[in-house]
Design a binder for this molecule. Structure first.
Ligand code: BT5
Length: 262
């Protein structure tokens, strides 16, 4: 069941289609499914504050007690973006969300953890999951933002929320700020033919990313482990990790990163 989007006027000024679900399993699953049957416009949004089966990456769970967090999914038409540049979409989303959260938590240390977690004081306030639609014509980018989550509701020790940081999240402003930045970054990237360095996105992500220059442990998708210093982000958006004593850094396109120092 959906409820009117009237509580989100700023969001509705940016997005052509805003749907607010009273509760649902997963806003990403719903929007991917809707995109396979309906001709949804670019920047269509589905959100809820009661998501009951939130998906993380690699089949992990995203856990948010009812009313404690925002689950937001946005549909992006990316047909004009070269396929080899599409790896930048989750990074652009992470950067855009970092900026939107930073606008409301200006006194705290808000940063992007590669590729797209948003951390406040080293703790995760937002996770992002990008999924292709069934026909690969569009991408659904889902963000889970811990808003009113009380300390005792945090699902893991490494999490935080606006409430834990002593702030009330202006959800409507957050979503609108995020969508404007994300859309602008993707338009610039598309205009630059997918060149993230030329579009400025590479520099924006580097500037926001607290992973860089830290010692990190990377759990790679094949089960192996890489430890070293996160030395940069390359033109494809991959994290460069330099092992101790190695001449060249290794490029990581996917993996779980642990910051070994903050
Ligand atoms: C993510 O996965 O961080 C992506 C989360 C995406 C959630 C959004 S909500 C809207 C949309 N609809 C969905 O169904 N999903 C998206 P990952 O990097 O795999 O992190 C998951 C891990 O974060 C878990 O294994 C926990 O350790 C931790 N975690 C779970 N819930 C959390 C929370 N609320 N806050 C902070 N960390 C959490």
């Amino acid at each position: 069941m959906t409820i009117p989007a009237s509580g989100y006027p700023l969001t509705a000024a940016v997005s052509p289609r805003v749907q607010v679900a009273e509760h649902t399993g997963s806003t990403n699953a719903d929007l991917v499914a809707a995109a396979s049957t309906d001709d949804l416009p670019h920047l269509s949004v589905l959100l809820t504050t009661d998501q009951r089966s939130g998906r993380g990456r690699l089949d992990r769970r995203w856990e948010t007690p009812p009313g404690s967090a925002l689950a937001l999914s946005v549909l992006l038409h990316v047909g004009d973006l070269p396929i080899e540049a599409r790896g930048w979409i989750p990074l652009a989303a992470g950067w855009a969300m970092t900026e939107a959260i930073r606008a409301q938590l200006s006194d705290q240390n808000v940063a992007l953890k590669w590729p797209n977690d948003v951390l406040v004081g080293g703790r995760k306030i937002c996770g992002i999951l990008a999924e292709a639609t069934l026909d690969f014509a569009a991408v659904v980018v889902g963000s889970g933002i811990n808003t009113a989550m009380a300390p005792e509701q945090l699902p893991v020790e490494t999490a935080t929320s606006f409430a834990v940081e002593g702030e009330v999240c202006d959800e409507d402003r957050l979503i609108a700020d995020y969508l404007v930045r994300l859309d602008r970054a993707l338009v610039a990237l598309t205009t630059a033919g997918g060149d993230a360095v030329a579009s400025g996105l590479h520099a924006d992500v580097v500037a926001a990313c607290s992973t860089l220059s830290l010692p990190v442990r990377v759990f790679l998708p094949d089960g192996s482990l890489l430890e070293g210093i996160a030395s940069g982000i390359d033109a494809e958006g991959r994290l460069q990790v330099a092992r101790a004593g190695a001449i060249e850094p290794e490029s990581v396109s996917a993996g779980d990163i642990v910051h070994l120092r903050f």
